[in-house]
Write a new protein. Structure first.
Ligand code: MGD
Ligand code: SF4
Length: 731
């Protein structure tokens, strides 16, 4: 199938109706306008793939953003969300000035204040917390690079605890499982070598709807080259529509399928015997472990025919080692997610794909020195051991745990800094808990570009300027080719908004910690760093992206042993660390909960026009997709007596109801499930486009399953029923 056809068919499938524009629309060289055209390099911040691009202005007015031709994250194209960057800059609902709460916590009443007053207030509250409770009682929640500056300021103060929701609500189980198996993680961008794969297995990864730019392009390249695509999904996703095999699995039974695939590869001796002998540890235990799990057993759990399980296992083996079982990205589903990700990691080892072309390549980044500034002291005790002792294998903060430790009489935390993360719509089913925490904390500082549900809980709201108005840290991600990219301001910050580094430095000054930020402007730091690697800010302002030579090979050298960073130095099929910590050392299948009578599995995913909730109010992207719809199978729709276009509210077994949402009747979903695009259903009245459009899946989650290894929140185990909503009603 040719790539053009791939895009055309994606477009025809509705869910990705804007695909041609997504990847094709901005590839052309921009034509100069009739006025004076100027350009500046940027890095897209509309999602976290961080594509480098160029902002064009005509006569000082924003014109367009296009992809950087030399950037490995985007290969010269931005997706639709990326081209919507100008909408974020122009959004009339943006936060305009610092705000201070008036009245009690939880009220949405603020007064505008100066930056000086906001900083003084924050510093005074921080010092009061330190005097009464200790310096370590502030937590940072952050999503995005700007959070690093607040992290530094808080560490200098004596508070080290932080959490990124991208761990416990997204990639945590994958990072944990691959580190346990291979001693290192998959990285971001993922180190998948999809463009060279001959067989790709997607397990609940809806690439194409979940639009990570270069990843979609490499999937399209693989399909152009004739790769076999196998998609495992209860829903007929866009990727499923491109697949040689679509396996509409019963929700929550993926580990059963993965075990059966291992059973076939091992018992039919289709696994890579040389690779396993050279690199792997625990093969004998794995062989014994998978014996009961043959395709006939798996059929009863998954609903996938035994013949299909065998056929797809053989297709992978035929293509191996250029066979890639994709590790997924948002993998927090049923609470046994580290086990499922371990099963995926092990399957890849049996196929010999880690370190091989068409599997997973080795990443490198630029050896970029840190700016010479004093380092905050290390904490006397390990805060992770104090706050999350039950998750000893996790090396980062667990956001849901930090929230739990902020509520109630014995709450550890007394203050929060929240940078660019909308916790009430991000932590599943935690809205009441967040409200309770915010009521009892002595300080909640929220740094955002937009009013959002979380800013409603703040004592102090600090308006950040958008990425088109600021310098940020250099992009230096592990990649195929080490690359640096620059984000610089194209415009002066609108209103009174300011960049995160400026705020963190200002608060540090108030606290007497200014020497941790010994520069006037972040550009000084960037220039110093660039000069250490033979470049300069001046050069990067012209180029935007600079590639550097690799130091090591991109794939394993055939036959050469590797020392993996695991306890045994080998790929651990049998995980000694899991065994030592009382967890299953080989993947265990746990049957999922089933919906009560009259309820459906609540399934959710992404759409190409939006990134979570952050883009819904963007005027450009709202126009493309102004609301979500709930997908319902025709048999379920007939039983409920509803039709496409009707409005319903979703209700969970505890009686919690969503905003109204339109019905979309489609055979692309299983009869036992419904599906929503995540990110809609904003309730904050200050986002004038986004408020009350569509339904929020996160607020309906009543059966959140905590992963016993990663501590992450399994978010696919909740159920809803559908209630008809009359004209004019919102819920
Ligand atoms: P976003 O929703 O992208 O991230 O959830 P979050 O971490 O909350 O954006 C949060 C806030 O960032 C918004 O209020 C936005 O205005 C603000 N923002 C945008 N740009 C900037 C900026 O430049 N500076 C500042 N200071 N603020 C900015 C994402 C999280 O959600 C993740 S990573 C995943 S994978 C999970 N996905 C998910 C799901 O699919 N379903 C459900 N139910 N829950 C989910 N939660 C998780
Ligand atoms: Fe921006 Fe799209 Fe790249 Fe994400 S994938 S950084 S939204 S262009």
């Amino acid at each position: 199938m040719k790539r053009r056809e791939f895009l055309k068919i994606s477009a025809a499938l509705g869910a990705a109706g804007t695909m041609p524009t997504l990847l094709g629309g901005c590839a052309a060289k921009p034509l100069p306008g009739s006025g004076v055209v100027t350009t500046s390099p940027t890095i897209c911040n509309m999602c976290f793939w961080q594509c480098a691009g160029t902002l064009y202005q005509e006569d000082g007015r924003p014109w367009k953003v296009v992809g950087h031709p030399d950037d490995p994250h985007c290969d010269g194209r931005l997706c639709t969300r990326g081209t919507g960057g100008i909408g974020a800059y122009l959004d009339p609902d943006r936060l305009r000035q610092p705000l201070l709460r008036v009245g009690k916590g939880g009220d949405q009443q603020f007064r505008a204040v100066s930056w000086e007053e906001a900083f003084d207030h924050i510093a005074q509250r921080m010092q009061a917390i330190a005097e009464r409770h200790g310096k370590d009682r502030l937590a940072l929640f952050s999503h995005g690079d700007g959070g690093n500056h607040f992290h530094r300021m808080l560490q200098a103060f004596g508070s080290h605890a932080y959490a990124h929701p991208s761990f416990a609500q997204c990639r945590g189980p994958r990072a944990t499982a691959f580190a346990l198996t291979y001693g290192e993680s998959v990285g971001s961008p993922d180190r998948t070598d999809m463009g060279n794969s001959r067989c790709i297995v997607l397990i609940g990864s809806h690439i194409g709807e979940n639009l990570h730019n270069s990843q979609v392009q490499s999937l399209a390249r693989a399909l152009d080259n004739g790769a076999t695509l196998i998609t495992v999904d209860p829903r007929f996703s866009v990727a499923a529509s491109k697949s040689a095999h679509w396996l509409p699995i019963r929700p929550g039974t993926d580990i059963a399928l993965l075990l059966a695939w291992m059973n076939v590869l091992i018992n039919e001796r289709l696994y890579d015997q040389d690779y396993v002998a050279l690199h792997c540890n625990g093969f004998e235990q794995l062989v014994r472990h998978v014996q009961p799990f043959n395709p006939e057993w798996a059929y009863l759990e998954t609903g996938i025919e035994p013949a299909k399980i065998r056929e797809t296992a053989r297709a992978m083996a035929d293509a191996a080692p250029a066979a890639l079982v994709h590790p997924g990205r948002h993998v927090t589903w049923y609470g046994d997610d580290t086990q499922r990700c371990r099963a995926i990691a092990i399957l890849n080892a049996l196929l010999g794909s880690w370190g091989r072309p068409g599997g997973f390549y080795s990443q490198e980044k630029v050896d970029l020195p840190e700016y010479p500034a004093p380092k905050p002291d290390k904490p006397a005790t390990d805060w992770k051991a104090v706050l999350q002792p039950d998750f000893p294998l996790v090396g980062t903060g667990i956001s849901n745990r930090l929230v739990e430790r902020s509520v109630g009489a014995d709450a550890f935390f007394k203050g929060w800094f929240v940078y660019a993360t909308n916790l009430p719509m991000t932590l599943p089913g935690a809205r009441d808990q967040i409200a309770a925490a915010a009521q009892s904390l002595d300080l909640v500082v929220v740094v955002d570009t937009m009013p959002a549900e979380i800013t409603g809980f703040a004592d102090v709201v600090l308006p950040e300027c958008t990425y088109l108005e600021r310098f940020d840290e250099l992009r230096n991600k592990p990649e195929r080719t080490p690359t640096l990219a620059l984000r610089m301001p194209a415009f002066e910050p609108r209103y009174q908004s300011r960049p995160a580094w400026w705020m963190a430095k200002g608060i540090a000054d108030r606290l007497g910690l200014g020497h941790y930020f010994p520069w006037q402007d972040l550009s000084e730091v960037l220039d110093w760093q660039l000069r250490q690697v033979g470049s300069s800010l001046d050069e990067m302002q012209k180029k935007g992206v600079k590639r550097f030579p690799r130091k090591g090979p991109i794939y394993f050298e055939p036959g050469r042993p590797i020392r993996f960073k695991t306890p045994s130095g080998k790929i651990e099929l049998y995980s000694s660390l899991l065994a030592d910590n009382g967890q299953d050392p080989l993947p265990r299948y746990t049957p999922p909960d089933r919906p009560p009578e009259g309820f459906f599995h609540l399934n959710y995913g992404r759409a190409p026009a939006h990134t979570f909730g952050r883009t819904i109010n963007n005027p450009q992207l709202f126009e493309l997709m102004p609301e979500n719809a709930v997908w319902v199978h025709p048999s379920a729709a007939a039983w409920l007596d509803i039709a496409s276009g009707d409005y319903v509210a979703l209700e969970n077994p505890n009686g919690r109801r969503s905003n109204r949402v339109r019905v979309r009747v489609t055979e692309r979903i299983r009869p036992d499930s419904v599906f929503l695009v995540h990110g809609f259903g904003h309730t904050d009245g200050r986002q004038r486009l986004a408020r009350n459009v569509g339904a929020d899946d996160a607020d309906l989650m009543h059966n959140v399953k905590i992963d016993p290894i990663a501590g992450s929140t399994g978010m696919r185990a909740s159920f809803v029923t559908l209630k008809r909503v009359g004209k004019g009603e919102l819920t």
